[in-house]
Design a protein around this ligand. Sequence first.
Ligand code: 5GP
Ligand code: ZN
Length: 136
Amino acid sequence: MSSCIFCKILAGEIPAAKIYEDDVVLAFLDIGPISDGHTLMMPRQHIETLHDCPSDILGQICSRLGKIAGAVAKAMNSDGYNVLCNNGGAAGQVVEHLHFHIIPRKTGDKLFHHWPSYKYRQGQTEDIVTSIKKNL
Ligand code: 5GP
Ligand code: ZN
């Protein structure tokens, strides 16, 4: 897709700090990291979101994700890491080419510190489960 910045990286039109590439994926450093080693992994094919991704390609991405995440975490001497996939603008997706963030973490780094959880009201769980099942 000609206007997509990640497709331009894949085409070699703009530079990137590449970590790993093969015929299915490219992993490279995020230009605006939130921790050292913050990595993005994307399919070569321009696919916008996780639910648009054909299952065979998603399987191929995931089969590589653990190896790349483990290497990033080990290299950064991290205590853990997050794998994050933003889908849609409301969820923070800015680049509309499917990608997974691998974010190395240190104990006490306070990234994603506030997780605003709450409790469902009575009956709401059943309604939500029913609604999701209808859409499977
Ligand atoms: P999103 O919010 O879409 O999940 O994340 C997009 C990510 O891509 C951001 O973290 C941003 O820093 C990164 N990014 C945007 N443009 C470029 C670029 O040209 N090169 C690299 N390496 N990363 C980019
Ligand atoms: Zn693209």
